[in-house]
Design a protein around this ligand. Structure first.
Ligand SMILES: Nc1ncnc2c1ncn2[C@@H]1O[C@H](COP(=O)(O)OP(=O)(O)OP(=O)(O)O)[C@@H](O)[C@H]1O
Ligand SMILES: [Mg+2]
Length: 221
């Protein structure tokens, strides 16, 4: 069964003259990496925002498994089921690395000791050494910051990872490293991973590729 399914989704921003997404239908599965490519302004981030539950579609439906999101509390959906990773990392600058990773668990009511233990585990999983746990994000390289952001995404327990240009601010080697981590999470741990990217190498390595053009999505692979 698809982890996340969109059925004829349409979205229009406030007073915009036209739809940012129209008639979008697709399925994203657990254990797979899907890439979404397309020109600037075509609707990729809008699509991810709908899937992340940041907004309701103007038409159509989004399903988590067999449950329609319309009947769910979006706050809970965002806290428990999806994690978003951004190009600009979006770590909290005044929290340490460890505190950043603990944050979503605290929101979910996980006791502090347990949260710290799990955070250390997730940081190890993305290759952030113990000595860096007390640093602030500004004291890390870009690649390290993105790995902390992934650890934070994992710490919520969400099984769907939505990444918007996660390697946009990174060089080739760091990009590959991030994509390797995301791919491993999908293939070995069964996460459902969706990556918006301009990087054709990332798209080619994905299990499926979608192209968005003027708000219309088509599957390529
Ligand atoms: N908050 C907003 N209000 C009104 N229109 C918006 C808003 N955000 C995006 N749009 C419009 O919706 C369309 C799709 O934007 P979106 O951000 O999804 O594009 P994108 O494919 O992510 O582009 P990029 O590759 O540049 O990030 C664009 O025409 C954009 O101008
Ligand atoms: Mg975008």
């Amino acid at each position: 069964m698809a982890e996340l399914k969109l059925k004829d989704v349409r979205y229009r921003y406030g007073k915009a003259a036209r739809d940012a997404l129209s008639g979008v239908s697709c399925e994203f599965r657990a254990g797979e990496v899907a890439a979404v490519v397309g020109p600037s302004g075509s609707g990729k981030t809008t699509l991810l925002s709908i899937m992340a539950g940041l907004d309701r579609p103007s038409g159509g439906e989004v399903y988590l498994g067999d449950k329609e999101l319309g009947g769910m509390d979006l706050d809970e959906y965002r806290r428990r089921y999806v994690s978003v990773i951004f190009q600009a990392f979006h770590l909290f600058p005044l929290l340490t690395v460890l505190e950043n990773v603990c944050f979503p668990m605290e929101l979910n009511g996980v006791p502090e000791r347990e949260a710290k233990g799990r955070a250390r585990e997730k940081l190890a999983q993305v290759g952030i050494a113990e000595e860096k746990h007390r640093r602030y994000p500004s004291q890390l390289s870009g690649g390290e910051q993105q790995r902390v952001a992934i650890a934070r995404a994992l710490s919520s327990g969400a099984r769907i990872i939505l990444a918007d240009e996660p390697t946009g601010n990174l060089d080739g080697e760091n990009s590959r490293n991030i994509v390797d981590i995301l791919t491993r999470l999908a293939h070995e741990e069964g996460y459902c991973v969706v990556i918006v990217t301009h990087d054709m190498a990332i798209a080619e390595a994905a299990d499926s590729v979608y192209v968005v053009s003027d708000g219309v999505l088509t599957r390529r692979i």
